[in-house]
Design a protein. Structure first.
Length: 489
């Protein structure tokens, strides 16, 4: 198990808006002008008060800027140079470093994410396999495909962590609508660029010797990615299929029995991952603490093996059985999972060993689910992809901007509340459920809204009124912005 590190504790004396303001101010160099930066800040705050579609128009309605020039906010994403994403993502990465100690490994996640679209002419869109269709009847849908690189915050003793989106790389297929400035690429190629960017930023920040652990799903279990990993200090742990072809190392062949030709790169074909399930011996039992509960599992370690196309990057196979207890007192087993972990060369230079303890690898493999939670919140709760930006540039920049905005809001919440439950004033009240062990995104949004409503620039709109219509007129005018922001425009 990884050693839990100290995280910020919940403190009512550290308001969210102050932490958010300082964090946004540090990103000022990524914006061309001061007014561009102020418009971006206004959109983020207005975005929090959109209770319908999260579009730019709805954010302006919530801010009461309907009588101003709307095109200036749309040009923020459509005109080149107003937002420098390279500087923006680099500053955010450096802001996360104080919460990720250099003593341990830097844990990151790479995963593909699709932004559903309805247009057939929007840049970067193509027909992709829809994740919303059942597995027995898959179907296509129109979407943009991005590569998401996220950092996992250090886990607490209760097993809580969070994913912070560091970078969104376009990974448009070959048949997608051409996007100016972005070449078509596969998911693993976009992941390789993101990992090189992360490794380079770590080195520039004085962390040349810090190891990098990357967790990924089966889409990135390809030999081409493993063969091109930036340095031996980058360990890739990815899921694989149950019938994945694995090979034994070639071993030492006597000179007199080698014959003509070059030396062999692969040995005999090894067992398929699913074939290890029939073995009764060799399994180890463990219990991981993840998100406040214990997860019993059985696992075994096999290898090292070789992958076709990457003979110089040996891997270990970790087969996992997870046991889930049910309320009736019985048990049910999940489908087994198979993970391939990069092997590191031993001190003797001839052997291969596991880079981390297997218990630590399994813990972070379970925490990969945090990026799925991140997608759910960004799409359904934060409105990623709902902004009506359909231009050649804005269709991509707007997605990157709102993903960065989500990360900034979450990081500011983490600096104020840590990974605990958050202040009692913003937690939902209920008799039948005491709340989760950590604050949710809904709790975070309520915290921001309550502080904005309580600030001096705003006033409460639900107050008793007395007197005649002249006094009520000001109240109704103040309520108009909140009502307009909740419309389904």
């Amino acid at each position: 198990m990884p050693q839990p590190t100290s995280t910020p504790s919940a403190s009512p004396t550290t308001p969210l808006l102050e932490a958010l303001g300082r964090l946004l101010l540090s990103h000022r160099p990524a914006f061309l002008q001061e007014r561009t930066f102020l418009r971006a800040k206004a959109l983020i705050l207005g975005h929090l008060f959109c209770f319908a579609r999260r579009t730019i128009t709805q954010a302006l309605l919530a801010l009461g800027l309907t009588d101003h020039d709307w095109s200036a906010f749309y040009r923020l994403f459509g005109v080149s140079g107003r937002i420098d994403y390279e500087i923006l993502s680099g500053i955010f990465f450096r802001q996360t470093l104080p919460h990720l100690p250099p003593s341990g490994s830097y844990v990151a996640v790479v995963d593909g994410v699709q932004i559903p679209r309805s247009s057939r002419t929007m840049p970067g869109t193509s027909w992709l396999k829809s994740p919303r269709t059942p597995p027995f009847s898959p179907g296509p849908h129109r979407a943009q495909r991005f590569l998401h690189l996220a950092a996992l915050l250090p886990a607490t003793e209760e097993g809580y962590s969070r994913a912070l989106p560091l970078r969104f790389e376009p990974a448009f297929p070959q048949k997608a609508v051409p996007a100016e400035g972005f070449e078509p690429k596969k998911q693993w190629e976009a992941a390789l660029e993101a990992l090189r960017w992360l490794r380079g930023n770590l080195d520039e920040s004085g962390r040349e010797g810090q190891p990098l652990l990357v967790v990924a799903d089966g889409d990135f279990s390809v030999a081409d990615l493993r063969r091109a990993l930036p340095g031996e200090g980058v360990v890739l742990m990815s899921r694989c299929a149950k019938n994945r072809a694995l090979y034994e190392p070639p071993g030492a062949v006597p000179q007199e029995g080698r014959g003509r030709g070059r030396p062999r790169k692969y040995g005999e074909k090894a067992r398929k991952p699913s074939e290890w399930l029939a073995e009764r011996e060799g399994w180890r039992s463990d219990r991981l603490t993840v998100r406040g509960r214990g997860v019993p599992m059985r696992w075994r370690l096999e290898g090292p093996y070789l992958l076709k196309g990457a003979p110089d990057r040996p891997v270990f196979l970790v087969a996992v059985k997870v046991i889930v207890r049910v309320r009736s007192g019985g048990r049910r087993d999940r489908k087994p999972a198979y993970w391939l972990v990069s092997a590191l060369r031993g001190e003797d230079g001839a052997s291969w060993e596991l880079p981390y303890p297997a218990e630590e690898l399994l813990f972070w493999a379970w925490q990969r689910w945090e990026v799925e939670v991140c997608y759910r919140e960004m799409k359904s709760g934060f409105g990623l992809g709902e902004a009506q930006c359909w231009g050649a540039r804005s269709a991509i920049v707007s997605v990157r901007f709102w993903a960065w905005s989500y990360g900034v809001l979450v990081l500011a919440g983490f600096r104020c509340w840590g990974l605990g439950r958050g202040p009692a004033s913003v937690r939902p009240a209920g008799r039948w459920w005491g709340g989760s062990g950590r604050w949710s995104m809904g709790t975070l949004w309520r915290g921001y809204r309550s502080e904005v409503w309580g600030s001096g620039e705003f006033r409460a709109v639900v107050v008793p009124t007395r007197g005649g219509w002249p006094k009520k007129e000001a109240l109704l005018a103040a309520m108009g912005n909140a009502v307009a922001g909740s419309l389904r425009g």
